[in-house]
Ligand binder design. Sequence first.
Ligand code: 2P0
Length: 320
Amino acid sequence: MRATARAQPNIALIKYWGKRDPGRNLPAVGSISITLDELFTEMQVDLDAGEQRDRLLVNGLEDRQMLPRVSRCLDSVGGPGRPAAVVRSTCNFPIAAGLASSAAAFAALVVAADAALAGSRDTAQLASLAGQASGSAARSLYGGFVELTNRDDDISVQRLLAGDGWPLKVVVAITTPSHKAVASGEAMEISRKTSPFFGRWVDQQAADLDEAREAIGARDFARLGAVAEHNCLKMHSVMWASRPPMIYWNSATLACMQVVRDLQSAGVAVFFTIDAGPQLKAVCLPNDEARVREALAATDGVSNVMVSGLGAGARRVNAA
Ligand code: 2P0
């Protein structure tokens, strides 16, 4: 009745932005991501603690804000008759700051909850449950390069390539560890309802997914970088044109973007992507990692730099 799982966040190269069915949390578009290895969240689910109600402790502190989402996710795994749970989460990177903390958290949660209940769901079933809780979490069930396919009635995820098949590096430039102003789910709905670009964004996604899939298959870094930057900037254009506008960047985010442009001009194999937060993620080939890391660390407004390779999908780590 107690189990722990670990999951790593994933970074989308072709982004998920917008819901087709908010009630069932079905995405409006498919997406392609890479799962990281150095950053992680561990979730312990204890269904044997004798509590009357669910409790959630994040890095040792009671968290009532996230608790309803966690409880709904536990219901989806264990059914409404399940025992109340104590969920303990530990995380080695900033939460809710555009670093996909919810992806890692819900991926680890479904694996730990299924194990605590002695369940026997396979990875595809767990990905579907994680995706109902948080769309991007479905992708963290798998390692390496992962595609979430936007089907009519379910969330379907598959691994395109193992991380060691093309061991890219990701340098994350932290510009502020503070929580984001508008949560992604809410922001996506504002975009769907108000952005004049939303329909075009959805219509063009299949072409970007095809391009990225082919680039990954051919290990064509320049081609992958070009479509990933284009897709990222399109997503942010949708956000900027929403009412109210959602601008997640700060001046350091823009400075980092310029640093990446300068590195590209100098022949470095690197591209950027930015999610619903002000951190910039620079993806590069292993040989260029030190140069990218040093350049971003020296950029005004960058408080910290984290480097990660590509890692594995969510998995159980022990059973206390
Ligand atoms: C992504 N993001 O593909 C995109 C890019 C943020 C920007 O998926 O409402 O936390 O829980 O399904 O998964 C963040 O959204 O949203 C996200 P919900 P989620 O990584």
